[in-house]
Ligand binder design. Sequence first.
Ligand code: AMP
Ligand code: MG
Length: 476
Amino acid sequence: MKLKNINLTNPYLALPSLCYDRVNPTPLKKPFLIHSNQEVADMLGIDISDREALTHFVNGELNLNGSDTFAMCYAGHQFGHFVPRLGDGRAINIGTINGFHLQLKGAGQTLYSRSGDGRAVLRSSIREYLMSEAMYGLGIETTRALAIIGSEHSVYRQSWEKGSIVLRVSPSWIRFGTFEYFAHSKNFKELEALADYAIDECYPHLSNENDKYLHFFTEVMGKTARLMAEWQVVGFNHGVMNTDNMSILGLTIDYGPYAFLDDYDTNYVCNHTDQYGRYSFGNQPLIGEWNLKALALALEPLVRKERLEKIIKHYGRLYSRHFLYLMGKKLGLDEVFDKDFDFIKQMLGMLQSLHVDYTLFFRTLSRYDGDRKGLLKLGLLHRPMNEWLDEYDKYLKNNKTTEEIRHKNMLKINPKYVLKNYMLQEAIDEAEKGVFDKVEALFTIAQNPYAEHKEFEHWSKATPDEFKNQKLSCSS
Ligand code: AMP
Ligand code: MG
């Protein structure tokens, strides 16, 4: 359907007015289209062939049927400290289509902007645009984006930069922090309305259950445990796991100073402002649990505390089960059991001590046929790798899958490419000069990270030493 003919709905606006604030986007000056995602357009059922109309759409300038734009209100625990009101400070919801809620990130100030300018700069928008698609390509739960625009609009961070907008889409933008807002401000009527809405939007099969709020929490916990396992096995460090950045659908949301691991390091902290490493790579599963406890607390007006506490005790087991299952697949094993955790820990310890590139290790292992040369080359010392491979050989002996099929399966789960920060930075450096070829190139590998893409071979190597384990600033 052509953009001018689409019909938007706004189901969130049926909630009590405390839940949101109506606000219009403030368009950027001289907008231009940088990239768009045809797959997402197809998913939404909209025709984006008119590039000019698409640019104006992303810039919030089109008059759309049914449009009633607003920002959502939420609170959140930031680095463990409760902030009573956050909200969409720079994301404006423009409506819902085909079950997806459309947001313009960087479209100007809202009631919730606090001291912020409501803008997003080009580099952070490119990072969100590309990484959300990369996560999707990796099969990890995430929001997606329809398009990204640049502009001549000056935005000040540590220096003058250019404003940009990403039109991002999600089946739900409700966060743990959305519940925390109403619970902490003691607006229990709104809390209940939000819970009912969230269930209808995300877990409609629970709508008529007696214990629907308890079931709701159980489902959110399951999805969160799965997401944490997905991040850990792929080597993704989110960086800002505040409760306002936790989706009740277990989606990866709000891409900021994230990073993929270079060399495997459980202590890696991608976020420069995270002084104490609260959101370090290795802490993520535990923080997932901490955040669920914050959500449980917010749900206490609706569900008895003891019942929530009983449920959350299962988190660790759920997480471990997903982690083990996914690791088993990465290793090409037919079956994995709890007792195999030691073997996996041995592998992770070996990777950590040898400073092995995490992605490259699994990709190389995906072609392992008994010849160890390729793997031994990845680390300086051979002994720890040989010791682990001795164990791995024993596992492979018990595998029923043939070597050929195992290799095939492993190459489908162990990506050749992940978007490491140095690669994104290359694309950003070019984009800031008005050249978007590398944005296009990274988009191509993001969509299919398991394919060979011979022309991009250099990006499949270990991260160059000078770019390893860098930290990123939150200022975006
Ligand atoms: P984040 O760390 O990006 O998840 O943002 C935390 C909170 O700050 C959210 O409520 C954002 O909407 C808000 N925020 C971040 N950057 C800006 C900005 N430039 N202008 C207004 N609000 C912002
Ligand atoms: Mg956020």
